[in-house]
Design a protein around this ligand. Structure first.
Ligand code: MN3
Length: 211
């Protein structure tokens, strides 16, 4: 089984002016394609070759067997990069922005005090991640609750047994063409393209995910 680069569910220019078309195209066709190719290379001939289970299961199993720092660097970096970007494209959209509603909004308020307090916590995680990495809203099955944190490089919440619901790529390749060093402006702009319907769907499905 080989992993495939997923098609973007919208055009490269669909997220403008918040995320520019050139950044989206390079990010998708070069960076995500690269993680996909290198993930397949890392898996070929290995114990995961031919595995019918998904990338979440592979990352969780490898991290549980060897610890995150002990797992193969090729799988950690490229498997994480593959999974993280698949989620990233899916939780953004041209009709994004606004505020979450329904059970997700209730859960955010219960966990963080308010939706605005959640946004502040998420933005802080994104802004304070030194160097390359990701900010996350995750569902933690053990705590049966929501958490916000950041990870370095391409480390995935799946490696910790958490289900990622919303992720923001804060590698410079995600924003440098349009924002240069102004990561806080990119983080602020991100809220205009968040597809809350997709995030709410992921939240609804998260307790039933097994990996
Ligand atoms: Mn990226």
């Amino acid at each position: 089984m080989a992993f495939k680069l997923p098609a973007l569910p919208y055009a490269y220019d669909a997220l403008e002016p918040h995320i520019d078309a050139r950044t989206m195209e390079i990010h998708h066709t070069k960076h995500h394609q690269g993680y996909t190719n290198n993930l397949n290379n890392a898996l070929s001939g290995g114990e995961h070759a031919g595995a019918s289970h998904g990338i979440a299961s592979i990352l969780y199993a490898a991290a549980r067997a060897d610890s995150v720092s002990g797992m193969s660097a090729a799988l950690r970096n490229n498997g994480g990069g593959y999974a993280n970007h698949c989620l990233f494209w899916a939780v953004m959209g041209p009709d994004g922005g606004g505020s979450p509603t329904g059970p997700l909004a209730d859960a955010l308020s219960a966990s963080f005090g308010s939706v605005e307090a959640f946004r502040a916590a998420f933005a802080k995680a994104a802004g304070t991640r030194f160097g390359s990495g990701w900010a996350w809203l995750v569902y933690d099955p053990e705590a049966a609750g929501l958490k916000v944190y950041s990870t370095a490089n391409q480390d995935s919440p799946y490696m910790s047994g958490h289900v990622p619901l919303l992720g923001l790529d804060v590698w410079e390749h995600a924003y440098y063409l349009n924002y240069q060093n102004r990561r806080p402006d990119y983080i602020k702009a991100f809220w205009n393209v968040v597809n809350w319907v997709a995030v709410a769907d992921r939240y609804a499905a998260a307790p039933g995910e097994s990996f």
